[in-house]
Design a protein. Structure first.
Length: 119
């Protein structure tokens, strides 16, 4: 009888563990961010998405690192959000309207950025 109880408790703790620990994963997305303003903009847009735990962008490499819950949000949705914020996400191009609304210095096609390095 005692053994059955222990077995049941072990089983219970295993199943509840699976439910209580949402699976998170981290993905890196190459964006077309230009400066710190872009960084803040993207981090805010992605960081406030449902299921996203953390979003941080490195301006130098333009790589956005996102930690998210796999059950709540998909990479495709995150990339689309980056696009509608006005930036490329890997091979997905930025939404043109959103991109054109960005300040000049943040536009990848901006004259400020052509023919040389920004900053
Ligand atoms: Cu910018």
């Amino acid at each position: 009888m005692r053994y059955i109880l222990i077995f049941l408790m072990a089983f219970w703790s295993l199943t509840s563990f699976g439910q209580d620990a949402p699976k998170t994963t981290t993905v890196q997305i190459k964006t077309s961010a230009q400066c710190e303003m872009c960084q803040k903009r993207i981090e805010k847009a992605i960081g406030t998405m449902k299921g996203v735990k953390k979003a941080s962008l490195d301006v130098k490499s333009k790589v956005l690192t996102v930690t998210y819950q796999t059950e709540k949000v998909e990479v495709a949705a995150i990339k689309t959000k980056v696009n509608t914020t006005g930036y490329d996400a890997d091979d997905m191009p930025a939404d043109k309207k959103a991109h054109d609304k960005l300040p000049d210095c943040c536009q990848k096609t901006s004259s400020h950025n052509s023919g040389g390095s920004h900053h």
